[in-house]
Design a protein around this ligand. Structure first.
Ligand code: SIN
Length: 341
C-alpha cells in the first residue's frame, strides 16, 4: 500500500518535474474578477485568530484600502479551500496567487529549509529572526524561485511544544507513542530519536486523529494547540520549545513579475508592513493561547526542569549531524550552531 509518506514523496517528484513547465505556461495568469480587478486568492490552514490568520486578514484590509479599485485579495482560512500541500501545487499552477505554508512543508522541494526544523537549534524567536534577517536567510527567500515559488517574507508563528496522553517530562516518557508530524524528514528523525513513531499527516486531520486514537501525540505552537482545540483531546503538554514553526509568504515568480510595476511596488510595501506586525505580535498570540489552554482546565502543562531539558537536547542533538551536510555549511554556519568545528 502507498502510505502518506510515500504518496507525498511521489507527489513531490511529479510536482518538481512539472513546476518549471507550469510556471512558464501560467506565468501570466492572474485571477481576475467580473469587474476586471486583479484577484489574489490566499488560502491557508490556520484559524483567523492566529499569527498567520491575522496577517492574511491584515493584508486583505490594507490591499482593499490602498489598491481597492485595482486589486482584491480573497482570504480562505482554516483549510476551507484546500490543505497546504495542495496550495503549494495550486500556486505553481496559477490557481491561487499567495500562500504561506510552514517552512517544513517545502521539504520535498529543497533541503536547505530543513534548517528551520532542526530541534533546539534556535533557542527562541529572536534567534530565528536574526538568522532570517542575515544575508544567508534573505538569500533563502529566493531558493525556490526557479521551481515556481518566490518567498517574499518570513512570518513567525512560534516555538513548538509536545502534547500527548501522558506526562512527558523526559524523552523516555515519549517512547513508543505515535506522533503526528508535518511533512518533513527532519521532524521524522527527531521523533525517531525519541524512540517514538512519527506519522506525517495534514494539519486538518490532527484533531480527529487524536480523538480517535489514530495518533497519541503531536507537536505544535500554543497558538495552533489552542485554535485547533488540541487541548480538548490530549491531557498533557510539555513546554519544550524544541523547534520553530514559521511560514514562507510565497507567490509564483512568473505571475508576480507580470503584475503592473506600481501595483507590485505597493503590494511589497504592504507586505513589509504586515510582516513587521505579524512578527512583532506572534509571541503575544502564543502567550495568550497558552494561558487560555490552562484556563480551560482540560490540559496540564509541564515545565521541565533544567536537567530534564538537557535530556531532551541530548537525545535530539544527533539529528543535526544527520542533516547538516544536506542543508549545507553556508546555511548552518549562519545559525546559532556556527561554523563546523
Ligand atoms: C500551520 O501553522 O500552518 C500548520 C502547521 C501544521 O501543519 O502543524
Amino acid at each position: 500500500m502507498f502510505g502518506y509518506h510515500a504518496k507525498m514523496r511521489c507527489r513531490g517528484y511529479i510536482l518538481i518535474a512539472m513546476l518549471s513547465l507550469a510556471s512558464l505556461l501560467l506565468a501570466g495568469c492572474q485571477g481576475s474578477s467580473d469587474d476586471d480587478r486583479i484577484v489574489l486568492k490566499f488560502p491557508h490552514v490556520t484559524a483567523p485568530g492566529t499569527p498567520k490568520g491575522q496577517g492574511a486578514e491584515r493584508l486583505r484590509e490594507l490591499i482593499a484600502e490602498r489598491l481597492g479599485d485595482r486589486v482584491v485579495m480573497e482570504v480562505y482560512p482554516s483549510g476551507q479551500l484546500m490543505n497546504e500541500d495542495d496550495a503549494i501545487e495550486m500556486l505553481a499552477f496559477g490557481e491561487v496567487q499567495m500562500i504561506a505554508p510552514s517552512l517544513s512543508k517545502f521539504d520535498r522541494l529543497t533541503r536547505k529549509y530543513q534548517v528551520f526544523d532542526l530541534p533546539f537549534l534556535f533557542p527562541d524567536l529572536e534567534a530565528v529572526e536574526a538568522f532570517q534577517q542575515s544575508s544567508v536567510g534573505q538569500d533563502l527567500l529566493g531558493e525556490l524561485s526557479r521551481k515556481g515559488f518566490l518567498g517574499l517574507a518570513y512570518w513567525h508563528n512560534g516555538m513548538k511544544q509536545f502534547g500527548g496522553p501522558v506526562p512527558m517530562r523526559r524523552p523516555e516518557d515519549a517512547a513508543g507513542l505515535k506522533f503526528r508530524i508535518m511533512e518533513s524528514d527532519v521532524l521524522e528523525a527527531q521523533i525517531l530519536a525519541m524512540k517514538a513513531n512519527p506519522q506525517k499527516m495534514a494539519f486538518g486531520e490532527v484533531y480527529q486523529a487524536l480523538q480517535t486514537g489514530a495518533i497519541d501525540a503531536q507537536e505544535n505552537t500554543w497558538s495552533n494547540n489552542y485554535s485547533q482545540k488540541f487541548f480538548e483531546v490530549q491531557p498533557w503538554f510539555t513546554e519544550s520549545n524544541h523547534g520553530y514553526l514559521g511560514y514562507l509568504l510565497t507567490v509564483n515568480p512568473g505571475q508576480w513579475k507580470k503584475l503592473p510595476a506600481d501595483i507590485r511596488l505597493e503590494l511589497e510595501q504592504i507586505i513589509a508592513e504586515v510582516t513587521a506586525e505579524v512578527n512583532a505580535n506572534a509571541a503575544a498570540f502564543n502567550i495568550k493561547d497558552r494561558a487560555r489552554i490552562l484556563e480551560s482546565g482540560q490540559s496540564q502543562i509541564i515545565e521541565p526542569s533544567v536537567e530534564e531539558m538537557d535530556a531532551w537536547r541530548r537525545v535530539m542533538r544527533p539529528v543535526w549531524d544527520e542533516f547538516a551536510d544536506e542543508i549545507g555549511e553556508a546555511v548552518m554556519s549562519a545559525t546559532p550552531a556556527g561554523p563546523a568545528q
